[in-house]
Design a protein around this ligand. Structure first.
Ligand code: GDP
Ligand code: MG
Length: 598
């Protein structure tokens, strides 16, 4: 029957190894899209994805493939992001699949996220099909990569497809392997409904649209369904598949991946990881869900215009419908007014959310510097979680502070091991082990404070290894550290949103750098503005923003009218993201200055 002809799989890889391009070729080869519709990285539908050339959201599509044996197969393909911030997307998609296509760049070999994603696939008991991509590149060494996959990952790569997604090489072979090697789904059509929600999106007409994998039973429009964890009940309004445009179907059955709409207005009712069942004939147990994602970093989001607070709340709520890992709660800042403390999976995630709020919801925002969650132990033994540095109790009241540590894996060519170790040491890393992947590359493992990774670790890693290093990390727990809070005062007033926490050894230097940086960033006024960094009541460094003498517009008295217009435009844009704090105008950049404090 139909189920035997279904293949559900995810495409996983390190960033840039070619997942999205392989998806493109599969869509083409199966005539899912017409030549006219075809464009590069077709499944990266968000503007932001296209501009940055990265996949942020997973995307599930159905394609039909006529195999060499003459039969037609239904593939449900899920393209996934490769960046470490979005590994939550990958793990959710893998729980819905029966197989994984593992793409490895023939010139780069196995990288940090290759390993991370393979382990996720193995945990989910998936059949893994290795594909060695980009064999067209002059630097490609497919046979070396084949050996590396076998040695490092420990899976059989003797039949790995050698492909060039760019040139369309190897795609027919890959399609056949999907049919012959990835198992058909098993699941009982006649059993009570169990469908795993693995993604959600928001549509202003249909409400929350859920992407589901039906494990058992059948779901169709008109069914009364219950979410087994939240308990919420709804009536299904529509089911269907994306191919890549939405196509309505009469039903989805055990083994299918598709979408379900039920006029759901509240994401809390239908979170990814929940199981849908039928109210009339409920399943006894929910499917295993997902580990709830705890944010790695928090920052404050404030509208530049205070009257837009409610708009920002609405925008965050809508965005949450499309991004289950986003968390926020109201917070107040003396300096910035009303806003939200928002949790992210990493800095790229933070960047993406901020941009989406600005583009999709037309918000103008000030974002404060990201912070990890600290554990502060008070004298009486009580522990408080602090995710906003300005809320760290005074040093006198604290017995000790703990900070989150990550276990980091850095894959790098031999020649750069020294540079990596030097960097990790400087970032308070503690060396764990070093494994040779082959004769030229090593996997170096460190315990490092998460806060140091968040600061400019990745940029530094890239620049000190000429781009050859790749990094993956996971939280491993809390450790006690000698940390203190630094406050920043502008014109004598403490600006809570500029407080930050550092290791004692770096306090003096960071204080000096931040005052120097703010001096450059904060616009002059017609009076002098002292900038100070303080630990408790003690000022540790200062600088002064001089009063301006001349009219600033004289600067743009330039002959070239084009240049003048450009300058004015630039000033206008710069002005947009600015917040008045007392008598001082503080631009967005100033709140991020601590991140670059080196
Ligand atoms: P993803 O991050 O894994 O989704 O990677 P993409 O599919 O976005 O590809 C990353 C970059 O590699 C893009 O610039 C592609 O054009 C390029 N690329 C993908 N496949 C090939 C290939 O087979 N050969 C070459 N030379 N470039 C490729
Ligand atoms: Mg991609």
């Amino acid at each position: 029957e139909r189920q035997k002809h279904i293949r559900n799989f995810s495409i996983v890889a390190h960033i840039d190894h070619g997942k999205s391009t392989i998806s493109d070729r599969i869509l083409e080869a199966t005539h899912t899209v017409t030549e006219r519709e075809m464009q590069d990285q077709l499944l990266d539908t968000m503007d932001l994805e296209r501009e940055r050339g990265i996949t942020i959201k997973m995307n599930a599509v159905e394609v039909h493939y006529q195999a060499k044996n003459g039969e037609t197969y239904i593939f449900h393909l899920v393209d996934t992001p490769g960046h470490v911030d979005f590994s939550y997307e990958v793990s959710r998609s893998l729980a819905a699949a029966d197989g994984a296509i593992l793409v490895v760049d023939a010139a780069q070999g196995v990288e940090a996220q290759t390993l991370a994603n393979v382990y996720l696939a193995i945990e989910n008991d998936l059949e893994i099909l290795p594909v060695i991509n980009k064999i067209d590149l002059p630097a490609a060494d497919p046979e070396a990569v084949r050996t590396e996959i076998e040695d490092v990952i420990g899976i059989d790569a003797s039949e790995a497809v050698l492909a060039s997604a760019k040139k369309g090489i190897g795609i027919p072979e890959l399609l056949e392997q999907i049919v012959t090697k990835i198992p058909a789904p098993i699941g009982d059509l006649t059993a009570p409904l169990q469908a795993l929600i693995f993604d959600s999106a928001y549509d202003s007409y249909k409400g929350v649209i859920l992407t589901v994998r039906v494990k058992n039973g059948i779901i169709k429009a008109g069914d009364k369904i219950r979410f087994m964890n939240s308990g919420a009940e709804y009536e299904v309004t529509e089911v269907g598949v994306n191919s890549p445009h939405a196509i309505k179907r009469d039903y989805l059955m055990a083994g299918d991946i598709g979408y379900v709409a039920a006029s759901i207005k509240n994401i809390r009712d239908a979170r990814p990881g929940d199981t849908i069942t039928n109210v009339q004939r409920p399943a006894e147990e929910a499917l295993p869900g997902y580990q709830p994602m705890t944010p790695m970093v928090y920052s404050g989001l404030y509208p530049t215009d205070n009257s837009k607070y409610n708009d920002l709340r609405e925008a965050l709520e809508k965005l949450q419908l499309n991004d289950a890992s986003l968390e926020f709660e109201p917070e107040t800042s003396q300096a910035l007014g009303f806003g939200f403390r928002t949790g992210f999976l990493g800095l790229l995630h933070m960047d993406v959310i901020q941009e989406r709020l600005e583009r999709e919801f037309d918000m103008e925002l000030i974002t404060t510097a990201p912070s990890v969650t600290y554990h502060a132990y008070l004298a009486d033994g009580e522990m408080i979680e602090v995710d906003n540095p300005s809320e760290m109790p005074d040093a006198g009241k604290i017995k000790s502070i703990e900070e989150p540590y990550v276990y980091a894996q850095i894959i790098v060519p031999n020649d750069y091991v020294g540079a990596v170790m030097e960097l990790a040491q400087r970032k308070r890393g503690e060396f764990d082990t070093m494994d040779y992947l082959d004769t030229t590359r090593v996997n170096v493992k460190y315990h490092i404070p998460l806060s140091e990774i968040i600061f400019d670790f990745f940029d530094k890693l890239k620049s000190s290894t000429r781009g050859y290093a790749s990094l993956d990390y996971e939280i491993e727990g809390y450790r006690q550290s000698d940390l203190i809070k630094i406050d920043v005062l502008l014109n004598g007033d403490k600006v809570d949103a500029l407080s930050f926490i550092v290791h004692k050894d770096f306090a003096q230097e960071r204080g000096r750098i931040i005052t120097a940086k703010l001096k450059q960033i904060i616009p002059r006024r017609n009076f002098e503005i002292p900038v100070q960094a303080a630990v408790g009541a003690k000022i540790i460094s200062r600088s002064t923003i001089k009063a301006y003498r001349k009219d600033v517009t004289s600067k743009i008295h330039t002959g070239d009218p084009d240049r003048r217009a450009k300058l004015l435009d630039k000033q206008k844009k710069g002005k947009k993201r600015m917040k008045s704090v007392g008598t001082v105008d503080v631009p967005q950049e100033a709140f991020m200055a601590v991140l670059k404090a080196e």
